[in-house]
Design a binder for this molecule. Structure first.
Ligand SMILES: O=C(O)CCC(=O)C(=O)O
Ligand SMILES: [Fe+2]
Length: 355
C-alpha cells in the first residue's frame, strides 16, 4: 500500500499551477488523478487534496526541501486572541453510532458555546436568565460563539500556492484546502528525544493547538498520538470529496470538526468500492453508511472504519437525502448544503515525516 504525502501533493499542485499560468485554462485534463488507476482501493477526486491518500506511484513527485507552515507563510496566520478554554470540546457527548464496524463516533454538540473558565459569563448566567448566553460577555472578543470565532479565523487565513498554512484551491474538485503540520522530528536514535524535538520545534497555530490539546485531554487521542497534523477543507455549496482513505501515514484515527453547513458523509467498504470500480454496479453493492455532519459536530473514526472503509462526500450535489443506512438521524431527510468548513485532526507517524 502506498500513500501519497499531502506535502508532495501540494508541491505537485504548485507545479501544475505554474504550468497553467503559461497555457490557456483547461478543465481537468491536466489532472493526473482523472486517468489514474488506483493501485489499491479508491479513486480520489483530487489525490492532491488529502494527506496520505493512497495512489499510484506515478502521482508521486520528487521531494522539494520540507517546509513548515511557519516558514511557508511567514507569520501571515491570523491572530487568535480568545482565552484558553474558549474552544472546549464536549467529548462526553461523543457516542459510538455504528455496530459494524463499531469504530465510528459522533457528537452533534462538540464545540461548547461557553468557555468553562469564563468568569463573566458565569456571573451573568446566574444573575439573569434573559441574557443571551453567547453574547453576555463584556469583552468584544467574547461576543461570538466559539464556532463563529473559528470561522472568522479560518476565513482570514490567506490564500497561497503552497497550501501549507494558506488556502490552496485544488485543480480538481475546486474546493480549498490548507494544511498545518507540527515540525519534522530531528534525526535521532532515541524515540523520546524525537518526540521532544517534534513538540518543541514547532506547534500548530493557537486555535488548532488548543483543539488538539482538547482532543487529548478528552481521551479522544492519546498523548502519544496527539494530533500533529490538521487538514482544513473549505467547501462551496455542492462541493464534496471523492471516496478515499486517509492512508497509512497516520495513526489510524481521524477527528473532524465541522462548521457552517451540514452535509452527509458516506462510508463504503473498500473492497466493495474496488469491485464496483472494476465491475460496475451490476452486482448490487451495499448502500453506503451515512453520517450527518452537523455544524459544530465532531466525527471520530478509527481502526476498521479508518482502514477498511472509504469515506467521502458526494460531489456536485446540493442536497443530500438520508437513507435507512444513516447512522445518526432518520431516513428521508433532505439536507441542503451550503458553505462548509471541516478541520480534520490526525497524528502523522514519525516514520512518515520527510527527513
Ligand atoms: O470534510 C470532511 O468532513 C472530510 C475531509 C476528509 O475526509 C479529508 O480531508 O481527508
Ligand atoms: Fe479523509
Amino acid at each position: 500500500m502506498e500513500a501519497i504525502d499531502f506535502k508532495k501533493l501540494l508541491l505537485e499542485e504548485r507545479k501544475k499551477s505554474k504550468k497553467r499560468s503559461v497555457k490557456p485554462p483547461c478543465h481537468n485534463d491536466d489532472d493526473p488523478n482523472q486517468s489514474r488507476i488506483d493501485t489499491h482501493h479508491y479513486q480520489d477526486d483530487d489525490a492532491t487534496t488529502n494527506d496520505g491518500l493512497s495512489t499510484s506511484p506515478k502521482a508521486a513527485v520528487s521531494a522539494d526541501p520540507p517546509l513548515s507552515w511557519q516558514q511557508s507563510t511567514k507569520r501571515k496566520i491570523p491572530t487568535w486572541s480568545y482565552p484558553p478554554g474558549f474552544l472546549s470540546l464536549k467529548a462526553v457527548a461523543l457516542k459510538i453510532i455504528c455496530d459494524n464496524p463499531p469504530t465510528i463516533s459522533y457528537s452533534s454538540t462538540s464545540l461548547l458555546h461557553h468557555p468553562p473558565n469564563d468568569q463573566s459569563s458565569g456571573t451573568n448566567q446566574s444573575s439573569s436568565s434573559s441574557i443571551d448566553p453567547i453574547n453576555n460577555s463584556k469583552s468584544n472578543e467574547k461576543q461570538v460563539s466559539p464556532s463563529q470565532a473559528l470561522e472568522t479565523w479560518l476565513t482570514s487565513i490567506p490564500s497561497g500556492d503552497s497550501g501549507i498554512g494558506e488556502w490552496k484551491t485544488m485543480s480538481f474538485g475546486k474546493r480549498r484546502v490548507c494544511m498545518f503540520v507540527v515540525g519534522q522530528p530531528q534525526e535521532t536514535t532515541s524515540p523520546s528525544v524525537q518526540r521532544t524535538s517534534l513538540e518543541s520545534s514547532s506547534s500548530l497555530p493557537p486555535p488548532l493547538e488548543e483543539l488538539a490539546q482538547e482532543l487529548v485531554e478528552q481521551g479522544i487521542f492519546t498523548p502519544e498520538t496527539r494530533p500533529n497534523h490538521v487538514l482544513l477543507n473549505e467547501y462551496q455549496p455542492g462541493q464534496g470529496i471523492m471516496p478515499h482513505t486517509d492512508g497509512p501515514a497516520y495513526y489510524s484515527q481521524t477527528a473532524t470538526l465541522s462548521l457552517c453547513s451540514p452535509v452527509v458523509m458516506e462510508f463504503t467498504p473498500r473492497q466493495q468500492r474496488q469491485q464496483t470500480m472494476m465491475m460496475g454496479t451490476s452486482n448490487k453493492p451495499m448502500p453506503p453508511l451515512q453520517v450527518l455532519l452537523e455544524p459544530a459536530s465532531i466525527l471520530v473514526f478509527r481502526d476498521d472504519a479508518y482502514l477498511e472503509y472509504c469515506h467521502g462526500i458526494p460531489m456536485d450535489v446540493w442536497q443530500d437525502t438520508t437513507t435507512d443506512h444513516c447512522l445518526n438521524t432518520s431516513a428521508n431527510q433532505t439536507i441542503h448544503r451550503g458553505f462548509r468548513y471541516s478541520l480534520t485532526f490526525r497524528h502523522k507517524k514519525e516514520t512518515c515525516f520527510e527527513k
